[in-house]
Design a protein around this ligand. Structure first.
Ligand SMILES: Cc1cc2nc3c(=O)[nH]c(=O)nc-3n(C[C@H](O)[C@H](O)[C@H](O)COP(=O)(O)OP(=O)(O)OC[C@H]3O[C@@H](n4cnc5c(N)ncnc54)[C@H](O)[C@@H]3O)c2cc1C
Length: 580
């Protein structure tokens, strides 16, 4: 049953994209570009969309003629969905993806853990959504095609060579038999784990490459089971293996299992070798439905990163910059966070609104996030595939005790699904009022989402965090919409726009425009922000708090922006002033 490996996916057809070559003059692309993105995988496409949101045009160079093939990412985090929403690409993800909140783990035949990921009924998205990477890329391509004015997506175009100097990068590109050169001010390397650009620059990734190897199998089978994460340690069907099982859309299921040390990876992905493992597993689960093998491949876990993601005019993002073991599901999810962190900074630099040094905060913040992600993912990886006999004994002891001692069960699943703060970055500013705030929303923390009412309709706070900076203002007596708007408008420096979100307990009697007036009837936002009347939070375009005040004038906000953007303050005084 299911012996032939087809690569045929239910309800998905690969669109083949024609090669795209720009008008050439003597073998040269006559336009000097601001940003070229090498690699049209999910991270490259996401970056092009995020730059387009900032009004910045980019060229995406993609060697292939279609989206990815084979078993790759399936679990997207809540944060990734929030980012995809900001990129204007969310709809397909919601209609196709399968959200989930729970997981179960079994040791041999006994269930030893049932976990629920943090999730409130008012949360906009579920903590995880399963959607395979070919759909992820397809939805991003569709979104990019709608921005053809700002995104020049060049399929079947390979970056052959690059040469960078202090002012920009020269690229040698090939499309079929056509070879040409192009020039760009900035090159972003989104060319994946085997990055050619990383090799051309002679850069090394540092970290750990694990010995353990895994077979990743996608099968089509119609099972009436819920979407949850299922794990079996040492199951009777496949003794000594760890088996993971995840539901994907369209009746496709992902199985991951570790190879024994003496098994040959290539041999073990042959359909006739995969078949008995899957059949034994299905027999144990009393699954007697017909099933079909879609594809099988092997995977080896790595926790590797460049030390710096910015090298002059060349910037690295996604797998080209860093790798994490898939068991923490932080590979692509981190890539989307890279994109969102980088896009506003690169846009500000390209448009002359910020000094290039702003980009070093991208490198610092995302490298720190990688290091923390890795420490979590390593725990999962060591648990899934103990690296030594000692680890294995400890793991088996935890598993055998966990059914009776629930406190131990957290060790089985050290999964990390919350968004990491950027605690150590020059973009976190300490206002004179900082020490007076209690609560977790310090500079460097992502603004959490809350339901709000706006113009009489239910919405979410995140929908009012702009592509630009946002000042979240909590009015008090005497602070009208005009005051707040004037102060925030006056704070705009070097053309960097600031949006205003005004949080009020109710609308009655308030003479404020509805589009940025957010009703927080239950007071949850005020409480979480520890916000007395007049408090102001300045939020970065990627949603992180950068400074908070008990009272702030336009001048205060302007000074903060000058510091963050690395541009000198204007000589003239600014600011109509929020009452202070
Ligand atoms: C089995 C498996 C399961 C995974 N599960 C998850 C998961 O559940 N959740 C998660 O978050 N992550 C997961 N990941 C990780 C995720 O797949 C990667 O992190 C993600 O693909 C990285 O995206 P990227 O755009 O950086 O690189 P890639 O997806 O590798 O894209 C790079 C692109 O660059 C192009 N390219 C390369 N070289 C050139 C060149 N010289 N010129 C032009 N184009 C070039 C390639 O054709 C490709 O399209 C998983 C990975 C694997 C292998």
């Amino acid at each position: 049953m299911g012996l032939e490996m087809t690569g045929e996916i239910p309800n998905f057809t690969y669109r083949l994209h024609e090669a795209a070559v720009p008008p050439l003059t003597a073998g040269r692309d006559g336009t000097r570009h601001s940003v070229v993105i090498a690699g049209g995988g999910p991270v490259g496409l996401g970056l092009a969309l995020a730059l387009a949101r900032q009004g910045v045009a980019s060229v995406v160079i993609e060697a292939d003629d279609t989206v990815c093939k084979g078993s790759r990412a399936i679990c997207l985090s809540r944060r990734s969905l929030e980012i995809l929403d900001h990129l204007g690409a969310l709809d397909g993800f919601l209609s196709k993806g399968l959200g989930w909140t729970t997981g179960r783990s079994f040791y041999r035949e006994t269930e030893v853990l049932r976990f629920d990921m943090p999730h409130a009924a008012s949360d906009r998205f579920l903590p995880m959504t399963n959607i395979p990477q070919y759909w992820i890329e397809e939805f991003l391509v569709e979104a990019a095609e709608k921005h053809a004015d700002l995104i020049d997506l060049r399929w079947q175009t390979k970056l052959e060579r690059m040469e960078a100097d202090a002012h920009g990068v020269r690229l040698d590109l090939s499309t079929g038999a056509t070879r040409y050169t192009a020039e760009t001010d900035w090159l972003v390397a989104c060319d994946g784990a085997r990055s050619k650009i990383r090799q051309d620059l002679g850069l090394r990734m540092n970290g750990t490459a694990y010995e353990g190897r895994y077979v990743i199998v996608d099968v089509e089978v119609d099972l009436p089971w819920p979407t949850e994460r299922l794990a079996w340690f040492d199951p009777p069907s496949n003794p000594g293996r760890t088996m993971l099982m995840h539901r994907q859309p369209d009746n496709v299921w992902r199985l991951d299992y570790q190879l024994h040390d003496d098994e040959d990876a290539e041999e073990m992905t042959r359909p006739e070798r995969v078949l008995p493992v899957v059949e034994a597993h299905f027999r144990m689960l009393k699954i007697d439905k017909p099933w079909r093998l879609v594809w099988a491949s092997t995977y080896r876990a790595s926790a590797l990163s460049l030390d710096d993601y910015v090298h002059g005019r060349v910037i690295f993002a996604g797998d080209a910059a860093h790798l994490v073991p898939i068991f923490g599901v932080r590979g692509l999810n981190s890539g989307f966070e890279d994109v969102f962190n980088l896009a506003w900074k690169l846009a500000a630099v390209v448009e002359g609104r910020a000094a290039p040094e702003l980009l070093s905060s991208y490198s610092r913040e995302r490298h720190d996030a990688w290091a923390t992600n890795v420490s979590h993912a390593m725990k999962s990886t060591e648990f899934m595939a103990p690296p030594s006999r000692g680890f294995e004994l400890m793991r088996d002891a935890v598993l055998s005790l966990a059914a009776r001692h629930q406190s131990l069960s957290t060790l089985i699943n050290p999964r990390q699904s919350s968004v990491l703060p950027y605690d150590d970055t020059a973009l976190n500013l300490t206002s004179p009022d900082e020490h007076s705030f209690s609560g977790p929303l310090r500079p460097g923390v992502l603004v959490p989402d809350f339901p709000v009412e706006c113009g009489g309709r239910p919405q979410f706070l995140s929908q009012h965090l702009a592509d630009s900076f946002t000042a979240i203002v909590f009015p008090g007596e005497g602070l009208s919409a005009e005051h707040a708007a004037a102060a925030v408008a006056a704070a705009q420096v070097t053309g960097m726009p600031i949006a205003l979100a005004i949080v009020v307990p109710r609308t009655d009697g308030a003479a404020m425009g509805p589009s940025n007036l957010l009703v927080d009837a239950a007071g949850r936002i005020r409480k979480a922000f520890d916000a007395d009347p007049f408090a102001v939070y300045l939020v970065r375009p990627d949603g992180y708090v950068c400074c908070r005040w008990r009272r702030a004038s336009g001048n205060d906000i302007a000074a903060a922006l000058h510091e963050i953007l690395g541009v000198p303050a204007a000589a003239d005084g600014i600011g109509a002033g929020v009452p202070s």
